[in-house]
Design a protein around this ligand. Structure first.
Ligand code: ADP
Ligand code: MG
Length: 211
């Protein structure tokens, strides 16, 4: 069984100010009103550290606060973003894809206003092949039966092509862009690549804006 330190997870998502919480509500409302038929949202970016995990987690919490059944899936299979939160090592998405462990045993029920979590523990080099496998696509389809909203946290496009594969399995993509960091041409090239999947890039979240 996976043990999560929920108090630390709260810190990991950032101490959201009231103004920040409002911005997540705006994003949630845009997705609910403009794209009510969509359930699965991949959160990605060009570079590591632009804020994908932070935004994925806070957006998932905003949906949860609106009374939705929400799952956040850590699909950064090469590293393990939520690792420091484990009280003891536990298997997750990578192990489901690689070793066929039953998914019911791997999902952790959310506490303290958090969504349910499907973490990833073991870093793996063959992440792209694991995700390209039908098993991943079938998993997302199956989870849609249990959840109203699924947020998938992904690796950066500069690191690997995995988020394009994940976009293919999703209903929409949210692109996080850190202000004054990634070059415009790079971000647009990455968006064009994501759009080749035919999954729409629904919006760009400009993050870490300096006041
Ligand atoms: N809007 C923000 N303001 C300040 N710090 C942020 C913001 N978004 C993310 N961070 C911080 O930036 C770092 C990288 O964020 P993270 O969400 O882990 O990025 P990624 O998942 O894209 O690699 C973390 O320390 C996080 O707390
Ligand atoms: Mg991350």
């Amino acid at each position: 069984m996976v043990n999560i330190n929920w108090k630390d997870l709260e810190k990991f998502g950032g101490e959201s100010s009231i103004a920040e919480k409002e911005r997540y509500k705006v994003l949630r409302t845009k997705l609910l009103i403009g794209h009510s038929e969509k359930k699965v949202f991949a959160v990605t970016s060009s570079l590591a550290g632009e804020g994908k995990t932070t935004i994925a987690l806070n957006l998932a919490r905003a949906f949860k606060a609106a009374g939705k059944e929400v799952l956040i899936m850590d699909a950064s299979l090469r590293k393990h973003d939520f690792k420091e939160l484990f009280i003891k090592p536990a298997p997750g998405l990578g192990e489901f894809l690689q070793d066929g462990l039953p998914i019911e045993d791997l999902i952790v029920k959310g506490e303290l206003g958090n969504p349910d979590l499907l973490v990833n523990y073991q870093g793996t080099d063959n992440s792209t092949e694991l995700l390209e496998n039908n098993k991943f696509f079938e998993l997302v389809e199956k989870l849609k039966e249990s959840y109203q909203i699924i947020i998938i946290d992904t690796p950066a496009l500069a690191d690997c092509v995995d988020s394009v594969v994940i976009a293919k399995a999703s209903d929409g993509v949210i692109m996080v862009v850190e202000e004054n960091r990634v070059r415009g041409e790079q971000a647009f090239a990455d968006i064009a690549f994501l759009e080749e999947t035919k999954t729409p890039v629904l919006g760009i979240v400009l993050n870490k804006i300096k006041a």
